[in-house]
Design a protein. Structure first.
Lengths: 232, 256
């Protein structure tokens, strides 16, 4: 374990925040449900609004499940730093000798564990409802697992920039949406190309590369943004 | 010694006074270039054999598209300089570049769809470049909105700079992914000019137009930045003196 400049062990704060956030999520279990319920309801509305025939649904299922997962992630972003900003914990994180990068990373991991991962895990059920063809299930789950992690990382930057604003929903959407576009394109294409029989390896590899890049860049950007928005 | 010019960039007053001198010749030059380029392209360049007169919109459309993209990088570089060296002026340039860039993307989209109607038979086609321009507009809009809603100006500058920098990493990725998406979907293939290269009688006015757009962009950026300087430095003594000086000369003019 590397030692920080004040004699602190660099990993301790990371673990503490991970444990604290997971505990607080566990105590407010109903919060986890809201993106899942949104996901479920919007997918239920889709055949009612469009056309319930198997043929059409099978064609649009990969894209629709991906779009709804994206919107569900977007809905949950605002809460990422909101409470820490309101009760002053954020200032403590910034003042502590723990690198802010690791703090942000811990919070993103908890966010992904409680929104992205459950979304990816219930996606096959929704795939059955939208009559997704047989070859698409594993690629759907795997692409959503990686894709939601990227979206949590990008979203952390957006949430950090807008945490000090009173009504942040519009700005957050406007900032984050264009950055989500490549993830959506690659993710839904991974599913539809494996349904068409071309395999998912290429799409998953691209998503993995995007995740590696987002892991390097986004926590740094989010940490910088938190420093700015916390002491204006 | 060699870096003196760079440190001077930190002073809004220096830039304001210098740019007053530049504008005397630069403003007429860029307006004249614009008139020559657009006039040549729209009035005197020969008619295209396949597209007729509708191709002429390229003289307005193509330089606007090029500058909309280049403008994003100008904005992001200005933001980076401001963040790294903690200077005031680059942030003002960054904030001024955002609405100009957004206006250029709107111009590109509008002229593109006006051209698409007679040529492709539709105002909007889900073409890779169309989507990319639309996303670029969203990226610009994000920066404009973020700059407006932030409670303090200092924080707004830094926040916009961070967003612009993250955007620069993403712009090539978005461009490639949209391109890839488009080639996967393979819609009815649209050949623009059938691979024919542009004839010199059309190329020269186009080059003049590109040069004119670059000059005009610089002019707009300088004017917007000067306005931003005056707004932000309104309480400093040199701006007050400037305003009072102008007031006096106006009165003197009235008296005569």
């Amino acid at each position: 374990m590397p030692i920080g400049h004040d004699g602190y062990q660099v990993g301790t704060g990371f673990k503490a925040i991970l444990r604290r956030d997971l505990t607080s999520v566990w105590r407010n279990r109903s919060d986890i449900a809201s993106p899942l319920v949104f996901f479920l309801i919007s997918i239920t509305l889709l055949p009612l609004g469009v056309d319930p025939s198997d043929k059409l649904l099978a064609v649009i299922a990969p894209g629709m499940i991906w779009i709804m997962a994206l919107l569900a992630t977007l809905l949950s972003l605002d809460s990422l730093f909101r409470q820490d900003y309101d009760d002053g914990s954020l200032t403590q994180f910034i003042l502590s000798p723990q690198p802010l990068y690791l703090t942000v990373l811990a919070k993103v991991i908890v966010h992904w564990l409680t929104t992205g991962l459950p979304l990816a895990l219930i996606a096959p059920v929704l795939g059955v409802m939208l009559s997704l063809p047989a070859g698409g299930y594993w690629p759907l789950v795997l692409s959503l697992i990686i894709g939601t992690a990227i979206m949590s990382l990008i979203g952390a930057m957006g949430a950090a920039l807008t945490v000090c604003l009173r009504s942040s929903a519009l700005v957050l959407t406007l900032i984050v949406m264009p950055l989500y576009l490549p993830v959506l394109i690659i993710g839904s294409n991974t599913v539809s190309s494996s349904v068409a029989g071309f395999g998912a390896a290429q799409g998953l590899a691209l998503l993995g590369a995007a995740l590696a890049m987002a892991l390097l860049v986004m926590p740094v950007a989010a940490a910088g943004a938190l420093r700015i928005s916390s002491n204006h | 010694m060699a870096w003196q010019w760079f440190h001077r960039l930190g002073s809004p007053r220096w830039f304001y006074e210098k740019s007053s001198r530049w504008l005397v010749w630069f403003a007429p030059l860029s307006i004249a270039l614009m008139l020559v380029g657009i006039g040549w392209g729209l009035g005197f360049a020969p008619i295209d054999s396949k597209q007729g007169d509708s191709y002429r919109i390229i003289f307005i459309h193509m330089p606007a598209a090029a500058l909309a993209l280049a403008g994003y990088y100008i904005m992001a570089i200005a933001g980076a300089v401001g963040l790294i060296w903690k200077m005031k002026l680059p942030f003002m340039v960054m904030k001024s570049a955002a609405p100009i860039g957004a206006a250029l993307t709107i111009l590109t989209l509008a002229t593109g769809s006006l051209w698409g109607h007679p040529t492709w038979g539709t105002f909007w086609e889900w073409d890779a470049r169309n989507i990319f321009m639309l996303v670029l507009l969203f990226l610009y809009a994000g920066i404009v909105v973020l700059a407006e809603v932030y409670p303090s100006r200092d924080a707004a500058d830094k926040a916009c700079a961070i967003l612009a920098l993250v955007g620069t990493i993403n712009v090539p990725i978005i461009y490639k992914s949209v391109d890839w998406w488009y080639s996967l979907h393979q819609p009815a293939s649209i050949k623009l000019t059938g691979g024919s290269t542009i004839h010199s009688s059309m190329l020269y006015p186009l080059l003049v137009c590109i040069l004119a757009y670059y000059c005009f962009y610089t002019l707009a950026l300088i004017l917007y930045t000067r306005r931003e300087i005056l707004v932000r430095e309104a309480r400093t003594s040199w701006v007050l003196e400037l305003a009072q000086g102008q007031g006096k000369s106006n009165k003197a003019g009235d008296g005569l």
